[in-house]
Design a protein around this ligand. Structure first.
Ligand code: GDP
Ligand code: IMO
Ligand code: MG
Length: 430
């Protein structure tokens, strides 16, 4: 933890691949030194697993820093909210003895996921037939579409019943036409209004704009930890469009999604597994469609935290990581799940791609071209011994250190954390 404490002021933990890299665990670990922990993007498409002394938690909306008494948690304006999921998450935390009152605040600027967003998400996916995005079905694309086309409903609106009803009526007029064109039964405001007003009562005490607290924290040089959701390869602009998610994931997103001036960001930690996974459709150059991929899936228990879907598995991709380092200004990497490679005789790292015999960089490709590139690999000898739970760098087997060194060399960036198990305590600070 040492080096984190001294470099901290504003620190971002960012998914460096296609999500599920272990951000929740890393954030829970780093939160020990944080005064504020912030979720600023995505919605409950995220599922961040935390395994600590309080139990095992799948965090979808509330920051993974909530377990630390000193840390105050915020959900800022960039997050889209399913308020039913939020109130459920609050209930589960309370049940586990985690206090949330006066320790957790939500921006009233957050857009609300409405029932029609989830129905449209499903309808759009079905219409795409075999070209599905493979969304989580949580209504994420449609709610963001409404946000940028001035059709969204925010917590601000829900707080004023008259405004809420008026906005909902307008939206139902529009949305029911679309739903009916898909053969879906129209929605009635009579069902929605009481449900949402009831849910509002549960979350109302938490709705307080975090902006002034964050500004003051910056002035007072408090430790602010930002918990990114998803992964940069799912960023709407820089990811593998259209197989992406709807929010901004790149580091600059903290400005518009949390109101934090970009130059405040001092530390940007990219989290990546020692191999790669992806859920949903889209190109994945290092994907293993053989027994090795299956071995990774089983050993790594690679099934989605949010949807339970099996994750696609492949080797570590240094070309992706180099790009992610550049575009986000990563200052270091956290490599997770190194223990999952314990039983592998040989381990591969993708060093770059070729297309039609020529070298090609990730940023030169779109999703169609990326699906056709050939990954180049460097093969390393596996350490074939247990690394689970190791907390000191020197206790790592020599070949595991060599693997980490190879990542550092390929990506040209230091690895500052190595995660060796699910538990928050199972981590090495390098
Ligand atoms: P997130 O969305 O980035 O927070 O990641 P997820 O929680 O969706 O998926 C990561 C999975 O890997 C979770 O089940 C974690 O508990 C688990 N995990 C994280 N780090 C490690 C590690 O170092 N070793 C092992 N074995 N599991 C880990
Ligand atoms: P965390 O924060 C992994 C993926 C979906 C799909 C695409 C679009 O846990 O890392 P969406 O429902 O967002 O419209 O789906 O994005 N996706 C994730 N994959 N981890 C996530 O979050 C994800 N959030 C979205 O699988 O391919
Ligand atoms: Mg996840």
């Amino acid at each position: 933890m040492g080096n984190f404490e001294c470099v901290m002021s504003v620190t971002l933990v960012l998914g460096a691949t296609w999500g599920d890299e272990g951000k929740g665990k890393v954030v829970d670990f780093l939160s020990q030194n944080a005064h504020f922990v912030i979720r600023f993007n995505g919605g409950n498409n995220a599922g961040h697993t935390v395994v600590n002394k309080y139990g095992t938690f799948a965090m979808h909306l509330i920051p993974s820093g909530i377990f630390h008494k000193r840390a105050v948690s915020f959900i800022t304006n960039g997050v889209v909210l399913d308020i039913e999921v939020l109130s459920e998450e609050l209930k589960n935390l309370e049940k586990a003895g985690i206090k949330t009152k006066n320790r957790f605040f939500i921006s009233p600027r957050c857009h609300i996921i409405m029932p029609y967003h989830k129905l449209l998400d499903k309808a759009y996916e079905e219409a795409k037939e075999d070209k599905k995005t493979g969304t989580t079905g949580r209504g994420i694309g449609p709610v963001f579409a409404d946000k940028v086309s001035y059709n969204g409903i925010r917590l601000f609106d829900l707080l004023d019943k008259t405004v809420f009803v008026e906005k909902l009526q307008t939206q139902l007029k529009i949305k029911n036409k679309i739903l009916q064109s898909f053969g879906i039964f129209p929605l009635s405001q009579k069902d929605i209004i009481p449900t949402y007003l009831k849910l509002l009562e549960k979350i109302k005490p938490f709705i307080i704009e975090p902006y002034p607290f964050i500004q003051k924290a910056i002035q007072n040089k408090k430790n602010i930890l930002l918990e990114g959701a998803q992964g940069v390869m799912l960023d709407t602009d820089w990811g593998t469009y259209p197989f992406v998610t709807a929010s901004t994931i790149v580091s600059g997103g903290i400005n518009h999604q949390a109101g934090i001036p970009p130059q405040q960001l001092k530390t940007i930690i990219g989290v990546a597994k020692a191999y790669t996974t992806r859920v949903g459709s889209g190109p994945f150059p290092t994907e293993l469609l053989n027994s090795e991929g299956e071995k990774l899936r089983v050993a790594g228990n690679e099934f989605g935290t949010t949807t339970g879907r099996p994750r696609r598995c492949g080797w570590f991709d240094a070309e992706v990581l180099r790009f992610v380092k550049e575009v986000n200004g990563l200052t270091s990497l956290a490599i997770t799940k190194i223990d999952i490679l314990d039983s592998f005789k040989t381990i591969k790292i993708c060093t770059g791609y070729t297309y039609k015999g020529k070298k090609i960089r990730y940023f030169q490709t779109d999703a169609n071209l990326l699906a056709k590139v050939t990954p180049l690999y460097k093969t390393l000898e596996g350490w074939q011994t247990d690394t689970k739970g190791i907390t000191k760098y020197n206790d790592l087997p020599r070949l595991a250190k060599q693997f980490i060194k190879e990542i550092e060399k390929q990506v040209a960036i230091p690895v500052s954390y190595i995660s060796t198990g699910q538990k928050t305590s199972e981590i090495i600070t390098v």
